[in-house]
Design a binder for this molecule. Structure first.
Ligand code: GTP
Length: 392
C-alpha cells in the first residue's frame, strides 16, 4: 500500500467501543459497500482472478483498485498518469458496469476518491501488491472510523501458486517479518507467503495445471496446516466454481456461519505457522468481559495471562488471525474477529437462538492462526479455562 512500507497505525477496538459502533444508525438508503482484498505472491494469478470476475455475469457493479507495483499489465500502465512527478489516480470504465483504477501512492486515497463516485458501483475489489502484508491492510477497512462508515471488509482472498508455494514457504525470508512490538522474535523468519496464507479467509489454490496430483495434495495439506480455517478452492487460471459466496460476498468479518475447523493430523506441517481451536462450554453474559480481557492479553501483549513465566509452555507466540463464536447460556451468540492486535466482539447477526437453528454450536469456539502456537491446542485450552474460571 504505502510505498515506503511504513505499517499503518493499528487501531485498537475493544468490545465496548464496538458496542457503540454496532449501534450506529446508518443514514436511510445508504448502505455500506463491501470490499474484498485480493492478495497473493507475485505471479500467483491475482490479475487473472480480477479479469475473470470482471468478465463473468454477476450483476454487480464492481470498482477495482489495482496496485500497480511490480506489475506491467497494459491496463494498469494506461491508467497511471504522471503529472509533475506526481502519480494521479485515474478511473476508467472497463465495461460490464465496472470501473478500475491504478494506485501508486495510497490505497486509502484511492478509496476516498472512489467514494465520491458512490452510487456508480456496489462492490470494491482491491488487488494488493504481491509483496503486501494483508495484516497491515485489513484493519484499515474493518475498523477505520472514516472508511468504516461507508465500507466493510468482506474478506481476504489469497491466491496461491501451486507450483511455487512450497519453495516460497521454505525459502529463508530476506528480512524478518514481524508485527509491531515483536521485532525481537527468535523463531525462524516468516516469508510473505506465510503471512498471505495465514490471513486468508479464502485460498484460491491456482495453477493446478502445472502440478501432479501428488504435488497438489502436498500443497493442499501444507496450506491447510498453516491456515486450517480458510476455505480452499483449487483452480486453473483462477476460475473459481462461482464468484458469489466463493470470492465475493463472504461476510467473513460480520458473520460467522460456520467455524468448521477441526485439528487434523497433517502429514505436512508447517514449522512456523499453524491453526488451533479452543473449545469451551457456554458462558454467561457476565463472562464476556473476561473473554475480552483474555483476548487483550493474547492479542496485545502476546502473553497467556496468569501463568508464571517458568510454567509458560508457549512463550513466544504471535497471533495473525483469530475468530470465534461465544455461545451464551441465554441461547444467543457473540462473534469474535481479530486481525493481529485489532479485535472486536459483536452480536452475531445471522445466528438465531439455538432452538431455531440446528447448526448452531452449543459451546464456545475460538480458532487461532499464528506463529509458534505450540504443538497442540492443549496449553491454550487449559489457559483459557483456568482464566475464565478464576475468581477475580
Ligand atoms: N499455467 C497457468 N498459468 C496461469 C494460471 N493462472 C495465471 N497464469 C499465468 O500466470 C501469469 C501471472 O498471472 P497474474 O494473474 O498476472 O498474476 P498476479 O498475481 O496478478 O501477478 P503480479 O501482479 O505480478 O503479482 C500470467 O501469465 C497468467 O496468464 C494457471 O492457472 N495456470
Amino acid at each position: 500500500m504505502d510505498d515506503d512500507e511504513t505499517p499503518p497505525e493499528l487501531v485498537e477496538v475493544t468490545a465496548l467501543q464496538e458496542e457503540t459502533r454496532t449501534e450506529e444508525v446508518e443514514e436511510p438508503g445508504v448502505s455500506r459497500v463491501p470490499i474484498t482484498l485480493v492478495t497473493g505472491y507475485l505471479g500467483a494469478g491475482k490479475t487473472t482472478l480480477l479479469n475473470y470476475i470482471l468478465t463473468e455475469k454477476h450483476g454487480k457493479k464492481i470498482a477495482v483498485i489495482m496496485n500497480e507495483f511490480g506489475d506491467s499489465t497494459d491496463i494498469e500502465k494506461s491508467l497511471t498518469v504522471n503529472q509533475d512527478g506526481q502519480e494521479v489516480t485515474e478511473w476508467l470504465d472497463v465495461g460490464n458496469g465496472c470501473i478500475c483504477c491504478s494506485v501508486k501512492d495510497s490505497g486509502v486515497q484511492a478509496i476516498e476518491s472512489l467514494m465520491d463516485r458512490r452510487g456508480s458501483f456496489d462492490y470494491i475489489l482491491l488487488e494488493t501488491t504481491g509483496l503486501a502484508d494483508p495484516g497491515n491492510i485489513a484493519p484499515l477497512f474493518w475498523v477505520d472510523d472514516g472508511l468504516g462508515s461507508s465500507i466493510y471488509l468482506d474478506g481476504i482472498v489469497t491466491l496461491v501458486d501451486a507450483k511455487n508455494i512450497l519453495r516460497l514457504l521454505d525459502e529463508p525470508a530476506t528480512e524478518e517479518i514481524t508485527h509491531a512490538g515483536h521485532e525481537d522474535h527468535a523463531g525462524p523468519a516468516l516469508t510473505m507467503a506465510h503471512l498471505q496464507v495465514s490471513h486468508a479467509d479464502v485460498i484460491v489454490l491456482n495453477k493446478v495445471d502445472l502440478v501432479t496430483p501428488t504435488e497438489l495434495d502436498n500443497v493442499r495439506q501444507r496450506i491447510a496446516s498453516i491456515n486450517g480455517a480458510a476455505k480452499i478452492h483449487v483452480t486453473d487460471h483462477s476460475r473459481t466454481p462461482q464468484i458469489e459466496g466463493v470470492v465475493l460476498d463472504l461476510h467473513a468479518y460480520d458473520q460467522l456461519s460456520k467455524l468448521d475447523f477441526d485439528e487434523k493430523g497433517h502429514a505436512h506441517i508447517d514449522p512456523k505457522i499453524s491453526t488451533l481451536a479452543i473449545i469451551y462450554p457456554r458462558i454467561s453474559s457476565d463472562q464476556i468481559a473476561r473473554v475480552d480481557e483474555w483476548l487483550r492479553s493474547v492479542l496485545w501483549e502476546s502473553i497467556l495471562p496468569s501463568i508464571p513465566e517458568e510454567e509458560n509452555e508457549i512463550p513466544n507466540f504471535e497471533i495473525h488471525r483469530l475468530k470465534g463464536i461465544l455461545a451464551l447460556k441465554d441461547g444467543t451468540f457473540k462473534v469474535i474477529q481479530a486481525v493481529r492486535d485489532v479485535f472486536e466482539i459483536r452480536d452475531s447477526e445471522n445466528r438465531e437462538r439455538k432452538e431455531d437453528n440446528n447448526d448452531a454450536p452449543d459451546h464456545c469456539k475460538i480458532v487461532i492462526i499464528g506463529r509458534d502456537l505450540g504443538k497442540s491446542a492443549g496449553a491454550w485450552e487449559r489457559n483459557f479455562r483456568s482464566f475464565m474460571e478464576k475468581v477475580t
